[in-house]
Design a protein around this ligand. Structure first.
Ligand code: ADP
Length: 741
């Protein structure tokens, strides 16, 4: 209580009135908030963080909106134990969480949890003491003491004894002794220093005329509205970042408390990107990705919540940080599948960002060189605006893209690079350029087969093939994580030395590269050849700095990286993504290969790209070679329109899984029988998952396709509530499903 007349009066009124009831939501898999009583004198509003008894213990929750029911006997209601001092979740944030839960059909509490991943941050470590110089000289100055005094002077701000000792390279005792001697004074410090304020008025890089036009119209939208979504459609290397940073500057300038969020696919969050933003605004942005330490996350969480972190750059989950006053969202590489969260609460980060912007009536910029079909259709239908950058920035030209017909130009037996690709690498190296060999397949070989009996090595209790990782001498399952040392003998027929690797993975291409170009500096970049995100970033940085001659990589390289010296790209298997019945297979192949191709020739030297294919007539490959993106998208869109697929219709998947196959089949039948007939609704399935058995579980899927005007969540709710789910069957709903393996 602050002790003013007003607050005393309010407290007295609250005490006299009937005990106030409030709703509290916990970040747990719960579909609803629960009723509680606020103790006398505690004023609570939606968004307040509270501690309340839940089950056998006290739990951290949030006061939710909505009327607490009057029907429950107050004597049965529990009382809130404590209100935390932290700033509350904003009403807009609460609205967003409600919306996401309703849309994805996941429990409200699970969605709240996305916003409270650093919930313990609300009680940061207390009583942290920082030391600063007093100006007094200690009587005795040893070398160690001098090192501490120097470190304290250099730091400027007070530092903990531990930090000071570390910087000075001495023990903490030296710091304490200096404090006792009066040369240092201790004071309480916050463990999470605020982020520096971004300065939108620092001069940007001089923009090209095309960049200026695009930036000006985005700035006008930020300043004057209307704040709809806008696609920033610029070819790879056109300088989209500089353009959207101007829109960010406008948002920061317009409102001194405004916050701006820039979403980036996880792996593109490299130091150079963060530095580029820091250079523009003169302050380090708050970065949020999987490699940030828990203390770092706590700092970002608290500073986003109190509004002092004004510029956030993060992976998809940064969308759920508790902003105070979010005024602009940028989704860079908006077509990226990395925005789809497939574990826990399943959501499409880009779509949720658009929803969030629309709920909050704030602008959102979607940037890409290969926008998703959904976004392009939204532009065509006038729902989204568009700004285009049709050419690369500065001198850089678009790379030349050609197909290599593998039937005419096959590699030598047992090898994977065709003569034209080998020549391409040779030429790039001779001209002191860098080469990239791209294959979106991890490991050494995708399949290990016995030459004697034909046995295929599979993961136990799964239908997944074991992929050879020669580097570690292991067979690994990429779906279950199972791994085993590569056996000498076939487990089926015991033939020794008969297990053979079939097909290439990046490691096998790396082996061939090492044989062909033994003197080149080579590196392999794939999620399992590197040990940590920071190691991955180190390879990307080395590539950027020209310290690698040939990079052999999976789709990690396709995400927005700028490698100034890269002049040749060879795609080992351009047909790979086209197999399988995925709705987006062709679109995805187009995006991935355009993005990979788009890494080449981004500065003065022109780039060349060769795509190895056995199907040179496939429309998507023709479009890639002909630079015919818009024609390709138009044909794809027509195909989807005819079939009523997204974005012309809605799609949802219901996945059932269980260990007991018979039970699963019965449960699937019950679902079929319970499905209501409804106009504009098609239900397909149950279909077995392509990897039917995974980790001992069997999985099947129903696919629901509806017309756009059908309330697909409403239909699902009605349908699924009619089936009593056995405890041994797990059911997950995936709205707007992408992949199913
Ligand atoms: P995109 O994201 O469109 O592929 P980037 O924003 O990464 O392209 O820009 C490509 C390169 O051009 C980067 O190295 C960037 O620093 C540079 N660049 C873009 N715009 C400018 C500008 N106005 N002045 C100087 N350099 C620029």
């Amino acid at each position: 209580m602050d002790g003013t007349d007003d607050s005393l009066r309010r407290a007295a009124e609250t005490a006299e009135a009937a005990p106030a009831r409030v709703k509290v939501l916990f970040p747990l898999p719960l579909f609803q908030a629960f009723d509680y009583i606020a103790p006398p004198g505690m004023t609570l509003a939606p968004g307040d963080f509270v501690i309340a008894p839940f089950g056998p213990r006290d739990a951290l929750g949030v006061v939710w909106r909505g009327e607490a029911g009057e029907d429950v006997d107050p004597a049965k209601l529990k009382t809130i134990a404590e209100k935390l001092e932290a700033p509350p979740l904003s009403p807009e944030m609460i609205g967003f969480i409600d919306w996401v839960a309703a849309y994805t059909m996941f429990p409200l509490g699970s969605v709240l949890r996305l916003s409270m991943r650093s919930g313990d941050a609300l009680r940061p470590p207390q009583g942290l003491i920082g030391y600063r110089l007093t100006g007094e000289k200690p009587a005795r100055v040893t070398k160690a003491r001098q090192a501490v005094l120097d470190a304290a002077k250099a730091a400027g701000a007070p530092l903990t004894a531990k930090e000071l000792a570390m910087r000075a390279g001495v023990g903490e005792g030296v710091v304490r002794a200096l404090a006792e001697a009066g040369a240092l004074s201790g004071e309480r410090i916050d463990p999470d220093p605020p982020f520096g304020a971004p300065d939108p008025d620092l001069p940007p890089k001089p923009l090209s005329p095309a960049q200026r036009r695009a930036a000006d119209s985005l700035i006008a939208m930020v300043e004057k509205g209307p704040p709809g979504p806008v696609l920033l459609d610029g070819v790879t290397g056109s300088g989209k970042t500089e353009v959207y940073l101007e829109a960010a500057a406008a948002a920061l300038r317009k409102d001194p408390t405004a916050q701006v969020l820039i979403l980036i696919p996880e792996i593109a969050l490299t130091l150079p990107f963060l530095k580029r933003i820091e250079e523009r605004f003169g302050a380090e942005p708050a970065a949020w990705h999987s490699d940030v330490s828990s203390a770092g996350r706590r700092r970002v969480f608290r500073r986003v919540l109190d509004g002092s972190a004004r510029l956030v750059v993060g992976a998809r989950s940064a969308l759920f940080l508790p902003y105070r006053n979010l005024q602009l969202i940028v989704v860079d590489e908006e077509h990226e599948p990395a925005y789809k969260q497939e574990d826990g609460v399943i959501y499409q980060g880009r779509d949720m960002a658009v929803a969030r912007a629309s709920l909050a009536k704030i602008p959102i910029i979607l940037a890409s060189a290969t926008p998703s079909l959904e976004t392009v259709v939204n532009v065509d239908q006038g729902r989204y605006g568009i700004e285009s950058l049709p050419a690369r920035f500065g001198e850089a030209k678009m790379p030349e893209v050609r197909l290599v017909d593998m039937r005419r130009d096959p590699p030598e037996a047992g090898r994977w690079l065709s003569p034209p690709v080998v020549e391409g690498v040779d030429q790039a190296l001779a001209a002191k350029g860098q080469a990239l060999l791209f294959l979106n397949r991890r490991g050494y070989a995708p399949l290990t087969i016995c030459r004697r009996c034909g046995h295929r090595m599979k993961a136990p209790h799964s239908d997944t093939w074991l992929v050879e990782h020669r580097f570690e001498n292991k067979l690994v399952c990429h779906h279950t994580g199972f791994s085993m040392p590569k056996p000498q003998a076939c487990p089926a027929c015991n033939a020794v030395g008969a297990l053979a690797a079939c097909g290439p993975g990046v490691e096998r291409v790396a082996e061939e590269t090492a044989e062909r170009w033994p003197n080149a500096r080579r590196a392999v970049l794939s999620s399992d050849t590197v040990q940590s995100p920071s190691e991955m970033r180190a390879i990307l940085d080395a590539m950027r700095n020209g310290e690698i001659d040939i990079l052999i990589a999976t789709q990690i390289v396709a995400k927005g990286h700028h490698f100034p010296g890269l002049t040749f790209v060879g795609v080992v298997d351009a047909d790979m993504g086209l197999a399988g019945g995925d709705l987006r297979a062709a679109e995805r192949t187009f995006q991935l290969l355009s993005q990979v191709a788009g890494r080449a020739g981004r500065e003065a030297k022109t780039g060349r790209v060769l795509l190895q294919t056995y199907q040179p007539d496939a429309p998507v490959l023709q479009a890639l070679a002909g630079g015919a993106r818009d024609e390709f998208l138009a044909a794809e869109a027509q195909g989807r329109l005819e079939l009523g697929f997204p974005p012309y219709g809605r799609l949802a998947a219901v996945i059932l899984r269980a260990r007991d196959e018979k039970l699963l089949r019965e449960c699937a039948r019950a679902h079929c029988e319970a499905a209501p007939e409804a106009p504009g609704v098609d239900l397909w399935g149950p279909a077995p998952a392509p990897l039917y058995r995974l980790r001992g579980e069997t999985r099947i899927r129903f696919l629901l396709k509806t017309r756009r005007n059908v309330d697909i969540q409403g239909y699902l709710a009605a349908w699924l509530s009619r089936v009593k789910l056995p405890a041994a069957v797990r059911r997950v709903v995936d709205i707007d499903p992408y992949t199913f393996l």
